[in-house]
Design a protein around this ligand. Structure first.
Ligand code: ARG
Length: 423
């Protein structure tokens, strides 16, 4: 009973906030402390927010500006809004394998609304959605930007590009159904055309599959998908149009070829070796390694309808990926925070922090991965830290995340674009 009351109160609060405060008013935040994620310094100060921007950071703002609304957060440590470079907001996260093809894209999009809200309220203020049919991700982004629904700032890819029969195709139905995924394109000119099409319908990012995957039927994670020529065509076209490129790649050949082709990030990067880590560093390629999700797939995947074939692959890939994550951290590679939320329930993105720490990062490095690093990967210069002139994407937690990274799993204050969504 108590739980229900608390839940309805929270929902009510959120509703109220949505209806009454979707414009950014002038506010002074007065927390216990602020974390500078560049240096790891915790300091005491107040933050003046106006018109979506952090205008001033100073100790005595509330004394100097008694007319401005003061938001007292005496227990909270404020850090910049978190970012996730690999989510799938569209769809019902519970439907896996054969179940996943029975749902219309309309319903998937409505699920997306709920997923977006959970993501934002968990403290993730900017995310990259890597792959969605029917440009449902574009629609969700537009609805969030217009304040119709609650959600993080989204970077969206539309349908992910992939070879016929590859990880980004759908191989679940037999020939009789003549079914393929919307991003399937083979050959340099077809892929260029698909990039142009995605851009036309609102994508501001390109995702493609450079190897087989875990969750797809009849693909091998170690097989390269696309030739160097095709990958170069994708990257050239996307970059010409001002879009970054994210390449799904587990196997080494695919990872290497995608890096040579000039992609901006490798998603998963499971079988990356020392030499290729160096290559990624040289080329400035980010690694977006989802080091938590394996535990979910192997723990709850079977009940959720994940194919036995996928479970088999995961039993091998998960471990290798974590070991290579550790190597990449040691080698000082560029690492963003990408989770693959959507395989597991949205809003639980922050669970990955503790895995990143367990596999070699300091808590500060893990926080940097999800803030400054991911902001750099996204090409956004004015988010990722609490700085004057930056966008007011700020979250608050109880406790010190440098001492206990798991406090990030329970975010109690969320501000996006200067608007408080959770308090
Ligand atoms: N979307 C990815 C794939 O199907 C998920 C991989 C999950 N496993 C992992 N160890 N990261 O390939």
């Amino acid at each position: 009973m108590k739980k229900i009351n608390k839940l309805s109160l929270t929902i009510c609060l959120v509703c109220l906030l949505v209806s009454s405060q979707l414009f950014s008013e002038k506010l002074i935040l007065s927390p216990k402390q602020i974390l500078d994620v560049n240096t790891g310094e915790l300091y005491q100060s107040q933050i003046l927010v106006e018109e979506k921007i952090i205008i001033k950071i100073d100790k005595d703002l509330s004394k100097k500006h008694r007319d401005i609304k003061l938001v007292n957060l005496p227990e909270l440590t404020l850090i910049p809004g978190l970012m996730d470079s690999h989510v799938h907001l569209i769809g019902n996260a519970k439907l896996k394998g054969y179940e996943s093809i029975g749902e219309s894209s309309y319903l998937s999009t409505i699920y997306g609304v709920d997923n977006a809200k959970k993501t934002l309220l968990a403290g993730f203020t900017t995310v990259r959605n890597v792959g969605a049919g029917n440009y449902a991700d574009v629609a969700l982004k537009q609805a969030i930007d217009r304040n119709l629904v609650l959600g993080p700032t989204m970077i969206v890819s539309g349908p992910a590009l992939g070879i016929t029969g590859g990880h980004c195709d759908s191989n679940i139905l037999p020939y009789d159904y003549d079914h393929k995924s919307q991003g399937v394109a083979d050959g340099p000119w077809e892929v260029r055309k698909m990039v142009r099409k995605n851009r036309k319908y609102g994508a501001n990012l390109i995702k493609f599959c450079a190897t087989g995957g875990v969750m797809s039927k009849n693909t091998n994670v170690n097989n390269k998908q696309y030739t160097l020529e095709e990958m170069q065509a994708i990257v050239d076209e996307a970059h010409s149009l001002g879009m970054k490129v994210a390449a799904h790649a587990h196997g080494l050949e695919g990872i290497k070829t995608a890096i040579i082709a000039g992609v901006d990030s490798i998603e998963h990067a499971s079988y990356i070796d020392d030499e290729t880590i160096e290559l990624a560093k040289q080329k400035g390629t980010y690694l977006s390694m989802d080091v938590y999700v394996s535990d979910f797939i192997l723990g709850e995947g079977k009940d959720q309808g994940i194919l036995e074939e996928s479970l088999q692959k995961e039993r091998v890939v998960g471990k290798v990926q974590r070991q290579n994550f550790q190597k990449s951290v040691k080698a000082n590679a560029k690492i963003s925070f990408g989770t693959d939320a959507g395989i597991y329930p949205h809003g639980r993105n922050a669970i990955q922090f503790k895995y990143m720490v367990e596999w070699g990062m300091t808590p500060l490095q893990a926080i940097q991965a999800s803030t400054v690093n991911t902001a750099e990967l996204f090409g956004l210069a004015n988010i990722g830290n609490i700085n004057e002139g930056f966008e007011a994407d700020i979250i608050g937690i109880k406790g010190n995340p440098l001492e206990d990274i798991t406090v990030l799993e329970d975010v109690t204050f969320v501000m996006k674009d200067g608007v408080i969504f959770k308090q």
